[in-house]
Write a protein that binds this ligand. Structure first.
Ligand code: HEM
Ligand code: HEM
Length: 231
C-alpha cells in the first residue's frame, strides 16, 4: 500500500491559468527584450509595429487569463480564493511566525495550498501581473490605437480633417502636433511603470521558481507536479 495520500488542491481553472500565464509571460518578456533593443537589432519602424502588435495580441490573452483568475478568486474552490491567497486574515501572523520558526528549526510543515510565505509571494506576483496588464493596455491604445482605449486616443490626436479610425502608428503627418505631444507626455509615466514592472517581474519570477523548487526538495511534497495534476 502506498504511504502517500493524494489531496486535490488546485482546480482546473488555477492550473490552466498558471500555465497559460507562464507561456504568455515568457513570450511577452522575449518580445519586450527585442523592443528594448530595437536599434541594436536594427529593427525598422514596420518591424517595431509588428513586434508591438504581436506583443499586444499575446498581451490580450495574458490579460483575459489574469482577469479570469481574479474573478475565480471570488467564486472558485477554497484554495483558489482570496482568503487562501492574501496574506491577511484570522491567525495569519501567528501561522507565519510558527512556520518561520519551524523552518529555522528544520521541522517540516506541509500545506495544502499556499504556505504563509507563499501567500506573500503570490499576492506580489498577481499585483505585478495586474500592473503589467493595465499599463500594457494603456500603451496599446496610445501607441497602436488598439482597444480598449485606442479609439478615444485616436480621436484625441487626429489632425483636423483626418478620420481617427484611419490613424496608424508612426505617421506624424496624421497627428495634431500639440495633442500628440500632450498624449506622449500622458503615456510617459505609463511606459516607465511598464518598464520597471518588466524588471520586477523577471526578478520575482526567478525567486518564485527557486522558492517552489526549494520547497519541493525540502519538504518532499509534490508541489510542482500539483500545478500540473492538481493533486
Ligand atoms: C517553470 C516555472 C514555474 C513553476 C515550476 C511554477 C510552480 C508553481 C507552483 C508549484 C505554484 C503553487 C505555489 C504554492 O503552493 O504557493 C505556483 C503558483 C503561482 N505561480 Fe508559478 N511556477 C512557475 C513559473 C511561474 C511564472 C513565470 C509566473 C509568473 C510570472 C508564475 C506565477 C504564479 C502565480 C501567480 C501563482 C499563484 C497561482 C494561483 O493561486 O493562482 N509562475 N507556481
Ligand atoms: C508580463 C507582462 C508584460 C511584460 C513583461 C511586458 C514587457 C514589455 C517591455 C519590456 C516593453 C518594452 C518597453 C519599452 O519600450 O520601454 C514593452 C512594451 C510594450 N508593451 Fe508590454 N509587457 C507585458 C504586458 C503587456 C500587455 C498585457 C500589453 C497590452 C495588451 C502590452 C503592451 C505593450 C506595448 C504597446 C508596448 C510598446 C510601448 C512602447 O515602447 O511604446 N504589454 N512591454
Amino acid at each position: 500500500m502506498s504511504q502517500f495520500k493524494a489531496y486535490t488542491v488546485w482546480d482546473a481553472s488555477v492550473r490552466w491559468f498558471h500555465w497559460i500565464n507562464v507561456l504568455c509571460v515568457l513570450g511577452l518578456i522575449a518580445i519586450g527584450i527585442a523592443l528594448l533593443n530595437d536599434s541594436a537589432l536594427g529593427v525598422s519602424n514596420n518591424g517595431k509595429v509588428l513586434l508591438k502588435t504581436v506583443h499586444v495580441w499575446i498581451g490580450y490573452v495574458f490579460a483575459l487569463n489574469l482577469l479570469w483568475r481574479l474573478v475565480w478568486a471570488f467564486v472558485g474552490g477554497v484554495h483558489s480564493r482570496w482568503s487562501a491567497i492574501l496574506p491577511v486574515g484570522h491567525g495569519y501572523l501567528r501561522e507565519t511566525a510558527s512556520y518561520i520558526s519551524d523552518l529555522r528549526a528544520g521541522r517540516q510543515r506541509q500545506y495544502l495550498g499556499h504556505n504563509p510565505l507563499g501567500r506573500i509571494a503570490v499576492t506580489l506576483l498577481l499585483l505585478l501581473l495586474l500592473t503589467q496588464a493595465t499599463t500594457g493596455l494603456i500603451l496599446a491604445g496610445t501607441d497602436l490605437f488598439y482597444p480598449p482605449i485606442g479609439s478615444r486616443i485616436a480621436s484625441w490626436v487626429a489632425a483636423p480633417g483626418i478620420d481617427p479610425t484611419t490613424l496608424v502608428p508612426y505617421a506624424a503627418t496624421m497627428y495634431a502636433k500639440d495633442a500628440y505631444a500632450a498624449m506622449r507626455s500622458f503615456r510617459e509615466p505609463v511606459v516607465a511603470i511598464h518598464h520597471y514592472g518588466f524588471y520586477a517581474l523577471i526578478f520575482l519570477g526567478l525567486i518564485h521558481i527557486m522558492a517552489v523548487v526549494a520547497t519541493e526538495l525540502r519538504e518532499g511534497g509534490t508541489l510542482v507536479s500539483a500545478m500540473f495534476t492538481g493533486t
